[in-house]
Design a protein around this ligand. Structure first.
Ligand code: SF4
Ligand code: SF4
Length: 193
């Protein structure tokens, strides 16, 4: 089965999930350190305000002051964390498959180029993607997604003894008492997420 976006869908640029659980708040689009400045420049060009928070960090010692950021995340523009700032929901323009278009499609982050692929061997797609709701999986037309996922994995590879995950403090109003903010120490294998 060949992967292709479902007509009119923009779900993966709108919906943001709690990950790995509510304590960590809603996550944003994964941004590699070298992509952060590019996103900030693109936001300026498009006259947008964006919010980029840390996502994963490492340290040689168990001290939050010594954390080196391995990946950031670009937060959604809604109060509950949803909707990427670069999703054009205003002008009425359409993406090739009929959804809201990405304003920076040719320069979009590696994470966006990877979705909905979450594992390349064997190919595993995010079951929250609308295509998967209808077709479960695909094995064709995923070459660029595979390439991007391999790049992300190699950039996130680390032997640092301490891994940290940043809680964004952002989510639904009814969850505010469960959502935390700031760095929390992780188990090593969480980096494989
Ligand atoms: S959720 Fe899936 S089908 Fe919908 S736009 Fe994203 S990748 Fe395409
Ligand atoms: S950068 Fe573009 S492709 Fe990525 S989430 Fe935002 S609107 Fe979607």
């Amino acid at each position: 089965m060949e992967f292709s976006c479902v007509p009119d869908c923009s779900q993966c640029c709108v919906d943001r999930e709690y990950f790995p659980n509510k304590k960590f708040g809603k996550i944003g689009v994964l941004i590699m350190p070298e992509e952060k400045e590019i996103m900030e420049k693109l936001a300026k060009i498009n006259k947008l305000n964006i919010k980029i928070l840390p996502r994963i960090g490492t340290s040689e010692q168990k001290d939050t002051k010594l954390i080196k950021i391995l990946a950031y995340q670009m937060m959604g523009i809604e109060k509950n964390g949803n909707t990427c700032p670069f999703l054009d929901t205003e002008t009425g323009k359409k993406s090739p498959h009929g959804g809201f278009p990405c304003m920076i499609y040719d320069q979009r982050p590696l994470a966006c180029r990877t979705y909905p692929l979450i594992e390349e061997n064997p190919i595993t797609l995010d079951q929250k993607c609308k295509f998967c709701e209808e077709n479960k999986t695909a094995d064709k037309n995923l070459n660029s997604e595979i390439e991007s996922l391999i790049k992300i994995k190699s950039k996130m590879n680390t032997n640092a003894p301490f891994l940290w995950r940043y809680a964004t403090g952002i989510g639904e109003k009814e969850d505010e008492f469960q959502i935390r903010n700031g760095w929390f120490l992780e188990e090593n294998d969480l980096l494989k997420d």
